[in-house]
Design a protein around this ligand. Sequence first.
Ligand SMILES: NC(=O)c1ccc[n+]([C@@H]2O[C@H](COP(=O)([O-])OP(=O)(O)OC[C@H]3O[C@@H](n4cnc5c(N)ncnc54)[C@H](O)[C@@H]3O)[C@@H](O)[C@H]2O)c1
Length: 359
Amino acid sequence: MDKVWKMGLVGLGGSHRSAAYMHHPQISVTAICDPDSDTLGKTGDELGISDCARYDNYADFLNADIDFVMIGSPVPYHAEQTLAALEAGKHVLCEVTAASSVEDCFRIADAVERSGLTYMMAENTVYFHFLQEWKRMMREGRLGTVFYAECEYVHEIRDRIMNPATGAVYWRNERPPLHYCSHSLGPILEMIDDRIVRATGSGKSQTIVPHGGPGCIDMQVALFETAKGVTIKLLRSSVAARLPAIGHYSLYGSKGQLENGRLGYDSDGWMYVEGEPECEKGAIPLPCPIIDPTAPEEATKGGHGTSEYYLIRDFIDALDRSVAPPIDVYRAMEYTLPGLIAQEAVEKGGVWLDVPQVR
Ligand SMILES: NC(=O)c1ccc[n+]([C@@H]2O[C@H](COP(=O)([O-])OP(=O)(O)OC[C@H]3O[C@@H](n4cnc5c(N)ncnc54)[C@H](O)[C@@H]3O)[C@@H](O)[C@H]2O)c1
């Protein structure tokens, strides 16, 4: 019989992502942790967690009967909670991004190496159905050699940065837009099987929420160069007025170009491939569903198409087989570090900086 893995959830919040995780037949939630007593009580009741397995203290929670910790707390806590979990002998599945500083990225990588435990970063966009399809196309060489890519993640979440009624600020107030780069870079790096070696960035203006912190910078753009020589442009904002939000990807290869739509992740895009009969007259419409039509009904419970369903399957599979998961600690840092370095480049006046290599 397949092993059932005991999951401890920390940071319960408003997220529905873990709903898909809990649906996995090999997962049993055995402990939960959150400093907010209302959230702890509500989630505990929903999940049927006994009072003695509900923790407001993380150190106590790590002593509970759990095999792995799903870290869903705010990003500023990710590094310390990851390190403590590994120290306590627990595997880790951590929300995006892995850490807020270069030093912490390296501390986590070292700790995973020393512990021999499994670490995965829960970057769900990589698992969007159309991006998995695109990855297959790239592997088949249909676009030829990719030399340029663009990605945009512009998602207005002012009310999750600052309370509109009271003006109280949340953790995202201190988080520059470029630090949240993994939704954009992750899928592109997977498609081109590459890593970023240099970065620069621009964007400091604050006209929309002038009294906020760096999280309220109007918009930032970064340019990256990869080890294979691909140029990537990334655009990020958490405050710019745009509805619907955009999660956009565009790639240019030696044989063609493709992109998803500009009205939400799964809006139809375009594709042109030189020499393919259906593109004889130019680009053709390209459906970009985030739901895999072949997945079972429960696969959409995570709320981002079928992405969480496949993500947790890969994590449990890695635990079962004691192998590295697809977004292992090195890949996690390759999704996280470029944004930290691009922000450093912005602060230094738009210089180009090397991105430290974690492997
Ligand atoms: N992958 C995605 O699509 C996606 C979407 C949204 C958020 N996220 C990630 O999920 C994480 C949480 O984001 P959120 O918007 O739910 O945050 P949030 O501010 O709503 O906080 C989540 C929960 O963490 C709890 N918390 C606060 N401090 C804590 C601590 N020290 N230890 C444990 N729990 C603590 C809060 O009480 C809350 O219940 C972040 O890493 C974020 O980047 C990912």
